[in-house]
Write a protein that binds this ligand. Structure first.
Ligand code: NAX
Length: 328
């Protein structure tokens, strides 16, 4: 029998947590034959709500769910963790400057990074969902010097999935026909969804679209501002789709990318494609045996270069800001 995997979820009582936990417990995060033990980390006032969610998890009688532990102590939550989904974060509230936001999140992600460093299992894989995800991941990673840096990743899979559907709609195809799409840069409005190396039914996607104006004026802004559009329509931020993307991200990381395709992940840059080391930026990656590799040798045209550089500039600015605050 496969031994159980310890999965820690922070912000477990939040709306993404509510959409995420049931899918983890049902086997969609790691595989239909992999038992899981859940550790839910919340702030003290939200522990009761987390207990309510745990009661519902119990009531699903998921055969793969081998236990649920709820705590407000990161040292307990990450003890023996194999997978950590860092969802809880401090949202931007009215009148908050960027520096305040980064500092408030530093107060969350630095101690969590340290707790991961001190207590997690050797094979720990971390996905940061809580925004600003890339820089929060960098803060956590910096606080965990004993963990290989590449284990800290940030979520751009929701952007990737959003881009797939927009492209399928434009071209009258199915998302299943689209391969090799890439999100570059930051999970923010500067992100760059790249279709120049993508394929639709084996043909170059940019050639199939053949409409640079649509790319620049509709596709890219629609994908980049989708989060705001969801808030406008739903009255609340993306939750089920964000949880779905977190499932996709970890499932792909653990179980591999299909032949002839890749995924987008926010990962520590190794300098590929002129993206400087020392930031966590989104790249095209293939995965195998629980490890990812950046897809090399892609052609980056002028249109793409400008946009990748702009998003990377935002990430180096964020890095400089958190460095100034002593967080990395
Ligand atoms: P909610 O406000 O519903 O839930 C957040 C939960 O985190 C709350 O229950 C809160 O008590 C908890 N929390 C706060 N500080 C904590 C700490 N130090 N330790 C443990 N738990 C803590 O937000 P939700 O809608 O679930 O969104 C969570 C995060 O995901 C937000 O930062 C949001 O911006 C981010 N998102 C990221 C996305 C991405 O693609 N990377 C997309 C969706 C989402 O916007």
């Amino acid at each position: 029998p496969v031994s159980p995997v310890n999965v820690t979820v922070t912000g477990a009582a939040g709306q993404i947590g509510y959409a995420l936990l049931f899918r983890i417990a049902s086997g969609q995060l790691l595989g239909a034959d992999v038992p899981v033990r859940l550790r839910l980390l919340e702030i003290t006032p939200a522990l009761k709500a987390a207990e309510g969610t745990a009661m519902e998890l119990d009531d699903c009688a998921f055969p793969l769910l081998q236990g649920i532990e709820i705590t407000d102590d990161p040292n307990v939550a990450f003890d023996g963790a194999n997978v950590a989904l860092l969802v809880g974060a401090r949202p931007r509230t009215k009148g908050m400057e960027r520096g305040d936001l980064l500092e408030a999140n530093g107060g969350i992600f630095k101690p969590q990074g340290k707790a991961i460093n001190d207590h997690a299992a050797d094979d720990i894989k971390v996905l940061v969902v809580g925004n600003p995800a890339n820089t929060n991941a960098l803060i956590a990673q910096s606080a965990a010097p004993d963990v290989p840096a590449e284990r800290f990743t940030a979520m751009t899979r929701l952007d990737h999935n959003r881009a797939l559907t927009q492209l399928a709609k434009k071209t009258g195809t199915s998302v299943a026909d689209i391969k090799k799409l890439t999100i570059w840069g930051n999970h923010s409005a500067t992100q760059y969804p790249d279709i120049f190396n993508a394929e639709i039914g084996g043909k170059n996607a940019a050639q199939v679209v053949n409409d640079e104006k649509w790319l620049a004026d509709e596709f890219i802004p629609t994908v980049a501002k989708r989060g705001a559009a969801i808030i406008e329509a739903r009255g609340a931020s993306s939750a089920a789709s964000a949880a779905n993307a977190a499932i996709d991200h970890v499932y792909t990381w653990v179980n591999g990318t299909p032949e002839g395709d890749w995924a987008s992940m926010g990962i520590p840059s190794d300098g590929s494609y002129g993206v400087p080391e020392g930031i966590i930026s989104s790249f095209p990656v293939t995965t195998k045996d629980g490890k990812y590799e950046i897809v090399q040798g892609l052609e980056i045209n002028e249109f793409s270069r400008t946009r990748i550089d702009a998003s990377v500039k935002e990430l180096t600015d964020e890095r400089d800001a958190v460095r100034g605050l002593g967080l990395v």
